[in-house]
Design a protein around this ligand. Structure first.
Ligand code: Y43
Ligand code: MG
Length: 197
């Protein structure tokens, strides 16, 4: 089986990449399979910068083609926050529950029509021999006033997808993986690099 390496230590992302790549005939490896590789410091100020940093660092270490994912939630009423700081919004411990509580608290009293938001995902594919390309996908939604659903990870329980009339965390994996920011970025990557995937 062909193998693809995803430079992530996030279990929620890793699960989605397995779900999206296995039907294409790829065995997925992530940094959870390479415990000796340390977390790449995300010093960029955009999803693209951080995605490139993560993919190139790991591609160089392994001498192989590597895909990374930098993603997050942008809330209009918060001027785009938490944005690139989504993982650590409530502190260094990267706690999904604390991060959601912080967003809900900051949006207290904000009416539904002003609670618009989007998930963003930039995938970087780094080839040690030929360079790096990036692909970005988004998914539009509205921030709920309380959590709904058990699927997914991160901010999914507070992100309402209008077209589905459900919170992202109420959508089963097959559904999320056809409409998500990550799915949309991967579609672009596949369209533009059919020879790689
Ligand atoms: O589909 C998603 N559904 C809900 N929340 C999501 C999603 N996609 C990203 N997110 C949130 C989770 C985390 O708070 C941040 C990603 O931060 P980000 O730096 O890209 O990932 P990370 O540090 O968890 O793992 P890694 O850098 O090893 O890939 O955005
Ligand atoms: Mg990260």
């Amino acid at each position: 089986m062909k193998e693809i390496i995803i430079a992530t230590k996030n279990r929620g992302k890793a699960k989605e990449f397995v779900e999206m790549f296995e039907p294409l005939g790829y065995a997925v490896k992530t940094l959870l399979d390479y415990p000796e590789i340390e977390d790449v410091e995300e010093t960029g100020t955009t999803f693209e910068e951080n995605a490139v940093l993560k993919a190139e660092t790991v591609a160089k270490l392994l001498g192989k083609v590597v895909i990374s994912d930098d993603s997050g939630l942008m809330v209009d009423a918060l001027e785009g926050r938490p944005g690139v700081y989504s993982a650590r919004y409530a502190g260094e411990q990267k706690d999904d529950q604390a991060n959601m509580d912080k967003v809900l608290e900051e949006l207290k009293g904000v009416p539904v029509e002003k609670r618009t938001a989007r998930f963003c995902c930039t995938l970087a594919i780094a080839n040690p021999a030929s360079g790096t390309q990036t692909f970005t996908g988004t998914c539009e939604g509205v921030i709920l006033e309380e959590r709904r659903g058990e699927y997914g990870f991160g901010y999914d329980p507070i992100f309402f997808v209008v077209e589905e009339d459900k919170a992202m965390a109420e959508l089963p994996p097959e559904k999320k993986n056809s409409i998500s920011h990550r799915a949309n970025a991967l579609k672009k990557l596949k369209e533009q690099l059919p020879q790689v995937l």
